[in-house]
Structure formats: C-alpha cells, structure tokens
Design a protein around this ligand. Sequence first.
Ligand code: ATP
Ligand code: MG
Length: 342
Amino acid sequence: MATVDLKDVRKVYAGNVEAVKGVSIDIADGALCVLVGPSGCGKSTLLRMVAGLETITGGTVSIDGKVVNEIGPAERDIAMVFQNYALYPHMKVYDNMAYGLRNRGTPKDEIDRRVREAAETLELAHLLDRRPRELSGGQRQRVAMGRAIVRKPKVFLFDEPLSNLDAKLRGQMRVEIKNLQRSLGVTSVYVTHDQLEAMTLADTLVVMNAGVVEQAGAPLDIYEKPASTFVASFIGAPPMNMIPAGGDGHPEALAGAQTLGFRPEDARISTPAGEGGLTLAAVVEAVEPVGAESFLYCAAEGQHLVVRVAGRSGANIGDKLTVTTPREKLHWFDKAGRRVSA
Ligand SMILES: Nc1ncnc2c1ncn2[C@@H]1O[C@H](COP(=O)(O)OP(=O)(O)OP(=O)(O)O)[C@@H](O)[C@H]1O
Ligand SMILES: [Mg+2]
C-alpha cells in the first residue's frame, strides 16, 4: 500500500527536449490514476520517472511520503506492465510468472504459492504449462499482468498495456484490469491515449498536453466541465462541437467568452432551444448510423458539427435542420481556450 506524489516534476532530455514541464499529481493509496493525452505529450516519460527508469530533471517523486528521486528502480517496489510485454517465449507460463521472484531469491514454496494464487485470480490456472505462443493475445496479456502481481508491489505502472489487442478483447481486459486493481487495492498509474479506456478505468483522470497537466479530476467531472477547449475536444467521442460565440441565434456570450461548445448528445433537432439556448441553422453533410444511435454531421456558420440522435435518424444529406442546445448544456471558453462558464 502506498501513496504516489509528484511535485513539479520536469524532464529535459539530452538535446534540450522538454518532455515534462512541471507536473504535480497526488495519488491516493489504492487509487487508479490514468494519464491520458496525445502522442508525445510526455505520458511514458512521466511513468518511467516514477519507475526509476529515467532520471528526474526537476521536482520530486515520492512514494509513501518518501522522495525516491535518487532511489534505483529495484528498490522502489514497483511493477510495470508495458505495451510490448515480451514474455520469454521458451518458458512456460508458470516460469514466466515466477521469473522475477526467482531472481530475488524468493523461497521456492513461496514462489509456488504466489504464482498459483495469481493464476487463479487471472484465470490462468489451467494454462500454467503452456508456452506463450500457445496462448491467445488476451491470455498473454494476463500472463504479463500475472508477472507483475506475483511481486505484490507497492505500485503498479501500466503503459498502454492493451494497445496490441483488438477492440473486443481490449474491452474485456479493461474490465478485468479494473476489477483486479480494485480487489488487490494496489495504487496504480495507467497510461493510455484512448479516451474511452481512460474514462472507464480512472478513479482520477489526468489529461496531459505538451508536457503539462491540462486538467485532473474524476472522469465525469472532467467530461461535464472541461477546463479548456483542448480537454473538451480530447475527452468525449465524437468530440465537443465548437463555434465562435456571438452569432445569430446565440445566447448572449458570458463575459470574456470567445468560443461556444456543446456536446453531440446535448444538441436537439428541430426542438425549440428554450430560454437562453442556442439555435443554429444547419445542413446535413453526412449520416453515420451505428446501430443504437446515429451521428449527423452538419455544417452551420461555416463550422462542422456533430449531433447524436437515438436510433435511425431519418435525415438525408442536404436536409436543412434546426439544431438547438439548451442553455445549461453550453460551455464557454475564452480567447486562450480556458473555460469561463461555471
Ligand atoms: N530518450 C529520449 N530522448 C529525447 N527525447 C525523447 C526521448 N524519449 C522521448 N522523447 C521525447 O519526449 C516527448 C515525450 O515522449 P513520451 O514518450 O513521454 O510521449 P508519450 O506521451 O508517451 O507518447 P505516446 O502516446 O506516443 O507513447 C516526445 O517529444 C518524445 O519525442
Ligand atoms: Mg508512450
């Protein structure tokens, strides 16, 4: 059990690449913190600094209240699961899972007990004699996970562990990781650039952009009140619609607001906007039926918008629609892209 605290952590790589520019995050004991952000924003760098695999240029990383900047990876009591989890191909599942413990000189019966316990938890008990090539992708991923959990570390670090799996398996594994993390209660940091994975896994979600934290908090709080246009367009799929504030049919802009945003699911077709709501004249450009719902891609005021409607939409390309959004569903952002609405 452990807390993980980052204080103004910085990383400058050789050649003056400023990858992490002062990140502070407090992770509670047993919590699952997800770092999400576009490629190159510094997620892996940050994780590797927590693991001790990368030197820290500035600031502090603390585990259980103790600064670990100068402590080597082996002494930090951390287990990491990578995207390329690289199992030993010639070793059986059992030996892959036991490897780390054997290296540390753990007694044989203790190793056996821990491996079997982890295999039970991960539903791998019947596969212990197989070799990695005789397993499915999801089973291999679970072995990689098993290798981490047998160590009973203070902290788990995951760097895009599911990105090699297909969509269905990713969904299953996501649920398994969440349950596993809950039941083991091990403080975890999970890196992904998949916003859906981030939303569903996180106790605390940290949205990063270009080496800084744009917003941190509970996933639904971030979804409902994105702190910037960057967060608004990164969290949620399809992303939030954005238009310049102040056009015809717009409510009076909040002081300092330049951009008006609304989510695809908050917009309505041909429904009065209500007091202070937004009304836009739109033309349908494309219709995307995905089963339970449809996405209407529209043009309005020179912008492209998406409206999410239930079931089949009945709309066709070229149809003229009135798109409305009630006032309480509007988001306002200033010139710098920062949220101005409450
Ligand atoms: N060893 C290195 N030397 C120099 N620059 C590096 C090194 N490793 C990473 N970088 C740079 O640091 C920045 C952050 O990289 P990082 O790998 O942390 O991004 P990331 O958020 O994990 O991206 P992705 O989602 O693509 O994995 C990038 O601009 C990258 O090019
Ligand atoms: Mg990365």
